[in-house]
Design a protein around this ligand. Sequence first.
Ligand code: ADP
Length: 266
Amino acid sequence: TADVTSSRMGGTLLPDVKNIIAISSGKGGVGKSTVTANLAMALKQSGAKVGIIDADISGPSIPVMFGAEDMQPMVHQVDGKNMIQPIMQYGIKMISMGFLAPQDNPVPWRGPMATQALRQFFSDTHWGELDYLLIDLPPGTSDIHLSLVQLVPVTGAVIVTTPQKVALADATKGLMFFRQSQINVPVLGVIENMAYFTPEELPDNKYYIFGKDGGKNLATKFETELLGEIPIVQGIREAGDAGRPAVMDEGVIATAFRESANLLAQ
Ligand code: ADP
């Protein structure tokens, strides 16, 4: 059985994966995929074996963020069964609908189809041994969230939010989803993204464009950890578009994401 004792629901898939971590947000566009990509790289940099499941079936971002959008996974026989081989990019294993279906002509995904796709990412994909498998969830709470916790023993969830009131209201719902008694997945902490802006020419000035301490207050209110406060930095967006997570280049951003990864790993 899996080396995870925290889940009350999940099944017996992925016995060789030590930690399955859901990355969740209330709203879209708050940087959930960016945080997933950078946390994954930071964990990898610390020596861990890491994988990512892009569970945003209808809006996958992970292939672009890893410069892997033209890659196609191979299928291998493992113990007599056809298994999808995850894409390996920068030493991280990953699977996404972006690798499997044409993205410029998207098909609408009905709930059960999306759930089936997620199931295949677990049951028909050859992950091997991993220390961390990060799940980049779609925004909000959906069929996919419910399927995730039913399919596998989720170790814990990380909530990504920006600091403004409208984002926090949705982040709260996202957090409460995991805390429901029937779900009972531990909330490992909150990452406040786009926490402030600092102009290059005024490095000591922090502008709290979306408000101050929203993520911190959320963490305090729900008695969980604040795993990081990531500023708005042009380089993060550029790195995402360039297909090379920002944490791969040394600097304050790399330090910030590594601190978050360290807190997560504790
Ligand atoms: P989500 O997964 O929540 O929809 P994304 O991770 O796709 O959000 O981020 C949305 C956009 O914002 C992307 O273009 C991304 O590069 C950019 N972005 C995310 N976080 C930051 C940040 N801290 N600073 C600058 N740009 C960011």
